[in-house]
Design a protein around this ligand. Structure first.
Ligand code: SF4
Length: 439
């Protein structure tokens, strides 16, 4: 009788990593491994890592340290993802009990690497630099949600923002053919998916290698697939954000009312030091296009607080931009220097305490603007994609087209099933969610 092989996988970081983990899980299952919920129950312990911030990277090494006592029981450790790609074989020195180090471009080679691991090899590294089209293949992807799934359409990044490790961990930008993207979206629709999210570090830098479709045309083509009811995309870069993206959202109902457009700073001089390649005015021009759309498109953003050289006046420009745009959500972080990045040589003279104060001030102000935004939605009837139930409260939870969490009371004793859609009247608002009743 074959011995059961088990693995535990924890994912850190962004949606790209979450989706990469779905590829890893599918590949391991195909190799005869079963996923387990705890490190204790696993033969193979994997961490799919993020290196975007120092804290995220540190977390992985802390986790490895905490878990290494399990080694006594003959377990194997693997580090996957961005920290693996960034640190490479140096991880074997820093954490000698790790046997497998693999960046995301090498996941197709996992079966071969697993065989070597099972044969007793102690140090196996897969550190390809993403130059081949093979890395988009997802034949074994095990999506964790049955109704809502990701599709990678572009990998890597050529922008080289001064603070960012992505171009060094995920390599150069490469788009997947629109034929392949559409084939995957059709397969998903046939197996019951109603919502797809097109993923890429810079999704709107998409260039179809076959030259058949622009990014906006690809959005429309995915949205027109029978059975697909919602299409999202993330993340957009302001420099590549064009009017035709807004036009296609206006024209195609299945495209969601949501654009995530990271600004990072509201100050043109800070943006210049960040090497973002747009000004405050150019960013606001794009916001103008979105706001002039015929649909109420929700806008969210990312901010870095305390980038080297950020003056109080520059920080206040960020606050004023937030007030002007009235974002529905802001993901804000303190700047932390990352290996290999151009900003590493800049003088990071803003004390951590000051960065923390700026961050808190920004979050406090945003919370108020957000509260006002959400309050305006009271009384509206919105479509909610049902995700689950809170049996204790007799509530159903789901998401609006704007990607806002909405908890609602059902209209009768039978709760709508996850994966279905409900029309809901918004009756109450909180800074991060809405409450309503089915109509
Ligand atoms: S656009 Fe800038 S922040 Fe975004 S992934 Fe590329 S380098 Fe990083």
């Amino acid at each position: 009788m074959a011995v059961e092989k088990t693995f535990f996988l924890e994912t850190f970081g962004c949606q790209m990593n979450v989706h990469d983990s779905e590829k890893v899980i599918g590949t391991l299952q195909q190799q005869g491994y079963s996923q387990v919920e705890t490190e204790e129950a696993a033969d193979l312990i994997l961490y799919n890592t993020c290196s975007i911030r120092d804290k995220a990277e540190q977390k992985v090494f802390n986790r490895l340290n905490d878990t290494k006592k399990l080694l006594k029981q003959g377990k194997r450790f693997g580090v996957l993802g961005c920290v693996a790609q960034q640190e490479g074989e140096a991880i074997f020195e820093r954490a000698p009990y790790v046997s497998l180090v693999s960046g995301s471009a090498s996941y197709r080679k996992l079966p071969e690497m697993l065989a070597r691991l099972e044969a007793g090899e102690k140090r196996i590294a897969g550190l390809d630099d993403r130059q081949t089209d093979e890395t988009f293949e997802t034949e074994f992807t095990a999506r964790s949600n049955k109704y809502r799934g990701y599709i990678t359409i572009i990998e890597g990044c050529d922008k080289f923002c001064a603070y960012c490790v992505v171009p060094y961990t995920r390599g150069k930008e490469r788009s997947r053919t629109s034929t392949s993207v559409l084939a995957e979206a059709r397969r998903m629709a046939e197996s019951g998916y109603t919502e797809v999210q097109l993923l890429g570090q810079n999704v709107n830098s998409y260039r179809d290698p076959e030259g058949k479709r622009s990014f906006a045309e690809l959005l429309a083509a995915v949205a027109e697939i029978a059975g697909i009811r919602r299409v999202r995309f993330t993340t957009s870069h302001p420099r590549d954000f064009t009017q035709d993206i807004v036009d296609v959202i206006d024209a195609v109902p299945a495209l969601c009312n949501h654009v995530h457009l990271p600004v990072q700073s509201g100050s043109t001089s800070t943006l210049k030091r960040m090497q973002r390649e747009y000004t405050r005015e150019q960013y606001l021009e794009r916001i103008g296009w979105i706001k002039q759309s015929q649909r109420p498109i929700s806008i969210t953003t990312d901010i870095i607080v305390g980038f080297p050289g950020e003056t109080v006046a520059e920080f206040e420009e960020t606050l004023s931009l937030l007030e002007t745009v009235q974002f529905d959500a802001v993901f804000a972080f303190k700047y932390s220097p990352r290996p290999n990045t151009p900003a590493l040589v800049m003088i990071d003279a803003i004390p951590d305490e000051e960065k923390g104060k700026r961050l808190q001030a920004l979050l406090d102000r945003q919370r108020e603007w957000q509260r006002a935004n959400y309050t305006k939605r009271i009384g509206q009837i919105v479509e909610v994609a049902v995700e689950g139930h809170n049996a204790q409260r007799g509530q159903v939870n789901g998401r609006t087209s704007e990607n806002i969490t909405l908890n609602f009371a059902p209209s009768g004793p039978i709760l709508p099933a996850p994966g279905s859609y409900a029309q809901v009247e918004v009756t109450q608002s909180f800074p991060n969610s809405l409450v309503g009743r089915a109509v």
